[in-house]
Design a protein around this ligand. Structure first.
Ligand code: AMP
Ligand code: ZN
Length: 473
């Protein structure tokens, strides 16, 4: 599989370090607010990547952090802690906010058929691990203490700006956004590993450390959580493109300084979902959530389909009109799946199956081209083969695309089933009641007779814990 690697700035053949095992790390949400559908574009595309790797036979271990401490309102180490801001806004404690929005995040993921990572780790679970890495960085001379905080010294490593070839003068660009200069820093690009002094002293969550009572910087958490669960080597690290700098740049600096060797081979970055006025962002306060889409009558999987129709390395512009088009296309697709009716005795047409599958894998092997994979899905209907094979292909693709097509087609068929005659329903219900009474009186012969009479009329009874149910042919 070819995958664009932000580190080499080209499409590389994906070859994990240890045979079929893939260690995959994903930056998780900062849980101070609902995830917006821009965040969820990133998680959706990462989900497709993970599922495709599994489809190719890799044994993927995926770890995701949950940022419940340390993410400041500017990525350049200034501003208030985002979690604290959320807690103040809602008059709750930081931990209450974290719990609420973590649950909300995974509920949204479920609606979008995004698989839960194998490990989900909140940052506040790993304070010892953070302290340990900061200690190592100090011992090795990659970090220094100043003004009560511990900083990473970016001048101590060979190449800091790994994702972009900025000149020294440009190096301040990322920090310039945050305006306020931190006088403790030796170099503009240095970043905080551990805070004990900040302008915002009302921090709720603080821990003891060799450098005083304080809290970790944001970047350290991902390096340590990845190390805790996946060891010193990562195959692939994912996140939204805005994470490339400074967050991922800092993760690489501190991990490689700690380990003394290359850390992660492939970097997968998903580009942004934009609105007409620019990047959708939580801090701007104006953003769309999955619940809002539902309130407006869009099934969440329509949004997943919308994401699938464009390449993850292109910005995607959100407009209601585009979502409407996605919905129309999705509904038609479901109807076409529902219309596939394998006749009895149909068997898998191996040649056609291979042909359909080849189109699908060709698309995804080419830098996860999901829009071409969707085209391959449409091509299934054109294949000169039986419905059994077509359905088998769709099931196969769905292991990766997870659009809920088979389930939605099933629902459609149910809706289309002609309503039963109310008199017939009343008859069935009276027979069920008579059977119940017969059983109570231990008249099993009568109970069996009733079951047989109903069966003759196409009604199959099913005894469940909630009572007797039935299906009608
Ligand atoms: P956050 O919860 O802010 O830490 O962000 C969670 C993930 O969403 C990160 O991987 C971000 O890079 C990504 N992200 C943030 N905004 C957008 C956007 N507008 N479009 C796509 N991904 C985004
Ligand atoms: Zn991260």
């Amino acid at each position: 599989m070819l995958l664009y690697n932000s580190l080499t700035k080209q499409r590389d053949e994906f070859v994990p370090r240890f045979g079929k095992k893939v260690s995959m790390y994903t930056c998780g949400p900062t849980v101070y607010h609902f995830a917006h559908i821009g965040n969820l574009r990133t998680y959706t595309m990462e989900d497709v990547l993970e599922k495709y790797l599994r489809y190719l036979g890799y044994d993927v271990s995926r770890v995701m952090n949950v940022t419940d401490v340390g993410h400041l309102s500017s990525d350049g180490d200034t501003g208030e802690d985002k979690m604290l801001k959320g807690a103040k806004r809602e008059h709750k404690t930081v931990m209450e906010i974290a719990k609420f929005y973590t649950d909300a995040f995974f509920a949204d993921c479920e609606k979008l058929n995004i698989k839960r990572p194998d490990v989900i780790e909140p940052a506040t679970n790993c304070i010892d691990e953070f302290i340990d890495m900061v200690k190592t960085l100090l011992e090795k001379g990659f970090a220094y203490e100043a003004g009560g905080n511990v900083y990473f010294d970016t001048s101590k490593i060979e190449k800091y700006y790994v994702f972009n070839d900025f000149s020294e003068d440009d190096l301040a660009v990322g920090v310039r956004d945050s305006v306020e200069e931190d006088g403790n820093k030796k170099n503009k690009a240095d970043f905080v590993l551990w805070f004990t002094k900040s302008k915002f002293e009302d921090h709720e969550l603080k821990w003891d450390s060799p450098w005083g009572v304080g809290y970790p910087g944001w970047h350290i958490e991902c390096s340590c959580i990845a190390r805790k669960h996946l060891g010193e080597y990562l195959d692939i690290h994912c996140g939204g493109i805005d994470n490339a700098f400074p967050h991922h740049t800092n993760e690489i600096a501190q991990s490689e300084a700690t380990f003394g060797h290359e850390w992660c081979k492939y970097w997968f970055h998903v580009h942004h979902l934009n609105t007409s006025s620019g990047k959708m962002s939580k801090s701007k306060g104006e953003f769309l959530t999955v619940s809002l889409l539902e309130q407006k009558g869009y099934a969440p999987l329509v949004y997943r389909f919308f994401c699938m129709q464009s390449h993850y390395r292109k910005n995607l512009v959100f407009a209601w009109e585009n979502l409407d088009n996605a919905r129309t296309a999705y509904d038609k697709l479901v109807a076409r799946v529902a219309a596939l009716k394998p006749a009895e005795g149909e068997a898998l047409d191996a040649a056609a199956f291979e042909e359909g599958k080849r189109r699908f894998t060709d698309a995804l092997d080419n830098d996860l081209n999901t829009s071409l994979a969707v085209t391959a899905l449409y091509d299934v209907f054109k294949l000169n083969t039986n419905d059994f094979t077509k359905l088998a292909l769709i099931r196969d693709f769905e292991a990766v695309l997870s659009l809920g097509l088979i389930e939605a087609a099933g629902e459609l068929e149910k809706d289309e089933a002609p309503a039963l005659d109310p008199e017939f329903v009343a008859y069935i219900e009276s027979m069920i009641e008579a059977r119940r009474a017969a059983k109570k009186e231990k008249n099993f012969a009568e109970a069996d007779r009733i079951r047989a009479e109903l069966l003759e009329k196409g009604v199959t009874l099913l005894d469940t814990r909630e009572g007797t149910k039935y299906t009608v042919e």
